[in-house]
Design a protein around this ligand. Structure first.
Ligand SMILES: *[C@@H]1O[C@H](CO)[C@@H](O)[C@H](O)[C@H]1NC(C)=O
Ligand SMILES: *[C@@H]1O[C@H](CO)[C@@H](O)[C@H](O)[C@H]1NC(C)=O
Ligand SMILES: *[C@@H]1O[C@H](CO)[C@@H](O)[C@H](O)[C@H]1NC(C)=O
Length: 455
């Protein structure tokens, strides 16, 4: 009946709905976890779809600059929907935030002959390195982004050039393209609308360049997609921080991926105002992805619920400082403990909630002490930007919500998150068929220029 695999999957899913929803109160909790289980399955599919899309897009357009791109962050690590539960003021008519964050690791093509001699560690800042300009080979394309006048390469310059490209004339073309695509998508899906407006822009953040797509339907914000590009290159050696980590970790990290480390172009707060400084950091993101993907389904479920509750009930205290990196750090430390195996039961809701409660205890401890060791480089305090009053506020809030963790998230919110995932799958599906149409549109007079989401 359904020729397309995604349609077939969605069709099967609709039969898994939650019967308990209509019965007693205690069952509502059980149902909540059931909703999450379903979301978890859809996330897995979406991850595969988007991953193959990213591979294709970078392969086609930037193969001289990038070795490839891969999915990282929450979609890669099974906690994609958690950010939907942030306080929602912008999206009228929706109970959750319709903001899609897709993190991409852009793997720069850069073969350093002697990486050790190109990178200088910075004293007093574990994990930070300076990268010598003279190491950039004269061949290759991406060095056009690099300023050769300074001794060390400044990521802030590099990133702002990428950002400028995203904001230039190209963004107008993209806006038109996305608008036509949504027109197609809405018409195809029978979604009624009066107008579609699209705004495309580029912005730099501390570690990434963001490519932001804001879609308005009938003059109200409908969907925001932020593609977050982190620029890194691989070096095949193990710096001290890596050796320390490998000696310490209880996770079974495969040999293959522990042979190299990434160097990430980062911009610190100070650096934004001082072009003389330069900051790159070692990044363990490939190892982080490896570990989090090796979690059992039960652990993944605990992680996504923990993070969702955190997003909804703590983030608003300070969006900039109360970040989900804290959640990840707590999870990485706690799940390293092999005694936790007792809780590893995907189908036992009692144990799922017990484990979530353990994680909140860990978080309370860390806030009380004002110190949370970064998982890969424990000299770093993940809570260093928290002042006393923010720590107190967080602790109070946690004490409050812990009395009834099960009631923080609403079934209606989670179902809506699931709907968004399904809509995204349909968008990607329509994107494919749209390309055929696009070829036709391209030949119209006047032509509408080539468009694709990722290049
Ligand atoms: C770690 O993983 C390797 C293969 O990746 C496997 O052979 C080995 O048995 C694992 N060790 C443990 C302690 O799980
Ligand atoms: C950068 O360095 C130059 C030369 O050393 C100096 O004149 C300038 O003030 C510095 N700029 C900043 C923002 O520190
Ligand atoms: C689920 O876990 C709880 C608490 O650990 C335990 O008492 C209960 O027997 C478990 N239920 C099943 C069906 O295993």
């Amino acid at each position: 009946m359904y020729k397309n695999p995604i349609q077939r999957i969605l069709f099967v899913f609709t039969f898994h709905f939650c019967i308990e929803l209509l019965t007693t109160n205690s069952r509502v909790n059980k149902c909540l976890i059931e909703e999450f289980r379903q979301v978890q399955q859809r996330e897995e599919i979406l991850k595969k779809v988007i991953q193959s899309f990213i591979n294709m897009a970078t392969y086609e357009s930037f193969s001289d600059i990038y070795e490839g791109a891969s999915l990282t962050g929450s979609l890669n690590q099974g906690t994609f929907i958690a950010s939907f539960f942030k306080e929602n003021l912008k999206y009228k008519g929706s109970v959750i935030t319709r903001q899609i964050d897709i993190d991409c690791l852009m793997n720069l093509r850069l073969d350093l002959k002697k990486p050790r001699q190109c990178l200088r560690e910075i004293k007093g800042k574990p994990g930070y390195v300076q990268f010598l300009t003279r190491c950039i080979p004269d061949k290759g394309t991406w060095y056009v982004f690099i300023e050769k006048a300074t001794k060390y390469i400044r990521p802030v310059m590099f990133k702002s050039k990428v950002k400028d490209r995203l904001n230039g004339a190209e963004s107008n073309t993209k806006e038109k393209g996305v608008q036509v695509f949504f027109l197609y998508h809405f018409l195809k899906r029978g979604i009624i609308f009066k107008s579609i407006n699209v705004k495309v822009s580029g912005k730099t953040s501390k570690s990434t360049v963001k490519h932001i797509f804001e879609i308005q339907k009938d003059e109200k914000l409908y969907l925001t997609t932020e593609l977050d590009y982190a620029f890194m290159f691989k070096v095949f050696y193990r710096p001290r921080v890596m050796l320390n980590f490998l000696a310490r970790t209880q996770y079974n990290v495969s040999r293959e991926i522990s042979e190299y480390i990434y160097v990430l172009s980062k911009t610190s707060r100070e650096q934004k105002h001082n072009i003389n400084t330069t900051e790159w950091t070692y990044s363990f993101s490939h190892i982080e992805n490896f570990i989090l993907n090796s979690f059992s389904d039960a652990k993944k479920l605990v992680y996504v619920i923990f993070k969702s509750i955190f997003s909804k009930s703590l983030k608003f205290l300070d969006e900039e400082i109360v970040t989900s990196y804290i959640v990840k750090t707590i999870v990485l430390w706690r799940f390293e403990d092999s005694n936790l195996i007792y809780f590893d039961d995907w189908l036992n809701d009692t144990r799922i909630w017990e484990t979530i409660d353990i994680l909140f205890t860990d978080l309370q401890e860390a806030l009380k002490e004002g110190f949370l060791k970064e998982y890969f480089i424990p000299e770093i305090n993940v809570l260093k930007r928290f002042d006393k009053s923010l720590r107190d506020n967080c602790q109070k809030r946690i004490k409050n919500i812990r009395t009834n963790l099960k009631t923080i998230l609403l079934i209606s919110e989670i179902s809506e998150a699931r709907n968004i995932l399904e809509e995204l799958l349909l968008l990607f599906y329509d994107g494919q068929t749209y390309q055929t149409l696009e070829a036709f549109v391209h030949n119209l007079d006047p032509p509408i220029h080539h468009y694709s989401l990722f290049h």
